[in-house]
Ligand binder design. Sequence first.
Ligand SMILES: [Zn+2]
Length: 450
Amino acid sequence: MDLSRALAGIGAALIACALLAVPAGLVPGATSALRESIPPTRAAAELPVDGADRSWTPGDGGYPRHVTLHVYPDDPRDSAAQIGLVSYAKIASRLNALQAVSDRVSAEVVGRSVQGRDLYLVTVTAPETAAETARQGRWRTQIEDDPDAAERDTALTRGYKAPIWINANIHGDEPEGTDGALRVIERLATAADKTTAALLRRTRLYLTVTGNPDGRVAGTRENADGTDLNRDHVTDTEPETRAVRDVVIGTQPVTMLDEHGYLGETMVEPVRAPDGSDHAMLAAVEKLGLAARIDEPVRDGILAPMYADLQGSSGHIVNLPNPDDPDLPAAERCSRAQVNVDVAAATIEAFIGYADRHRTALIEAQIARFREGWAGLPAMDGIPRAYLIPAQETRLVAHLIAHDIRMTREGGHFLLDMHQPKRGLASALIETGRTPDGRVWGAEVISSDP
Ligand SMILES: [Zn+2]
């Protein structure tokens, strides 16, 4: 739709605003009227909606954060425990024990499942004072808000701890990623070698050890609402998905790995072209004497690593080899599950090792992604220069803000300028919600021409 025609009924002031405040060829870092009009923080406090209420935010305290997790009573039906894996209830006691002996491990509750089970985020890093954590937070914000300044800041390039995210068990009946992640956390917590100490000084490892506790207990792919959480990242209907969203926004991982199953042999699936981390994981599995290969991921929705990619990360999937089969003898089921745990732990270790060795390149790649977004790149067919959303469409506005999309209030509308750091995500959210009648999530949205 032509911008001036679309705006005809809205008023001259708004036309002037939309045309003047969105200059073509805006360069990142420029002190343009547009940049000044965009709220500098994620909170978008001026907006009359409360969409940025977060399930979890990084907080100000240093590390470690000794949070004693609530330990739930053991559930005899827990399906992971039936094949020799850690029950959901035991995860909290394992993490409490680790926090008691290691100053490298912090466990936090980032939300609750449909049935009220805690969702955990484990951070493994070298201890930080509150001031050091605050500085990391300022660098994280600068990378997104002012990537040019971030690139010039040699203290940032030297001192920013690369955030690396490991996600496990989003599908409840694919439980071994959790056990693999716990094994890696336990090794990192107490390892006395210099390589581990250096790794934890240079990186922050974030592990969402089970993304679907209700499904883990029940042995179902879906959560207790019957939703496949890995197809819910854009719609955000489930509390588990909203918690993951807030972890991604709050931690801003430069790279992430999602552990799944099962395709008979280990499959490594990068969201973009394979990089060294995929080959490192392949080699780690082959070292266990098992076959592995790299393949394209299924693209039937915006899966967690694709969502992370849209949030500025590099996304990777591992599919563990051995499906469970309840008709097999118990010993065989347990031994298959243990092979999967070995593969999960080996791939997580290889992934973390690669990310540490390529820490600077990964940080630079994220800076470049956000810089491109501010410059309106990459150019994509059909992406308008901006959207105008009527102010009364608070549901859509809240949805976009919750995903960290930036807007400014312009008279009776919200202006969504597509020159912004998470440009691809803004487009994906809008276009996923577009219906044949041209509405977006039920709202009348006006698109300006490129
Ligand atoms: Zn899966």
